[in-house]
Design a protein around this ligand. Structure first.
Ligand SMILES: [Zn+2]
Length: 158
């Protein structure tokens, strides 16, 4: 059985479910770069989208586009130019459900993006400072699945 199409923001205040995804795309436009704080925006059209906890706050980034995000934690969630919302692929519980198939607005593509996959890889050994740091981390991020209540009672975040 395939996973349901669910997702949400980092803090868990906003959760959604979709019936189907289509047109998984990477958009390189400068507005998407800024809105995602990243090099491009991965987006997929979300059909039958339902907000199952909370709802995104909307920012009108142009005369044609509304962008939704969690007002508590800032996670980018939606892009809508009037034809129905596209959802941020990284906000899905299973981003592999929408592997990008096309890229658009390549005139704005950052020139280093094509080389990202060739960057050297730094591994952290088990005795490294980085590994010791990672061992101390207790995540407050919502899990990649729906929850009945959030946050858990024994996990009081600020
Ligand atoms: Zn949030």
């Amino acid at each position: 059985m395939s996973n349901p199409i669910t997702g949400g923001c980092q803090c868990g205040a906003v959760r959604f479910r979709a019936g189907k995804l289509s047109d998984p795309t990477i958009c390189h436009c400068r507005m998407c770069q800024k809105a995602f704080g990243s090099f491009y925006a991965p987006l997929a059209t979300a059909h039958d989208l339902v907000w199952t906890r909370g709802a995104p706050k909307l920012f009108q980034s142009s005369n044609r586009v509304l962008r939704g995000f969690c007002e508590t934690c800032g996670t980018p969630l939606t892009y809508d130019y009037g034809a129905g919302p596209a959802i941020a692929i990284g906000a899905l519980d299973h981003p592999g459900q929408a592997a990008p198939l096309v890229q658009v607005c390549v005139d704005d593509r950052q020139p280093f993006v094509d080389g990202l996959a060739d960057l050297p890889v730094r591994e952290f050994g088990p005795e490294s400072d980085e590994a010791r740091f990672m061992a101390t981390i207790q995540t407050y991020q919502h899990p990649d699945a729906d929850t009945d209540t959030w946050p858990p009672a024994d996990n009081q975040t600020a």
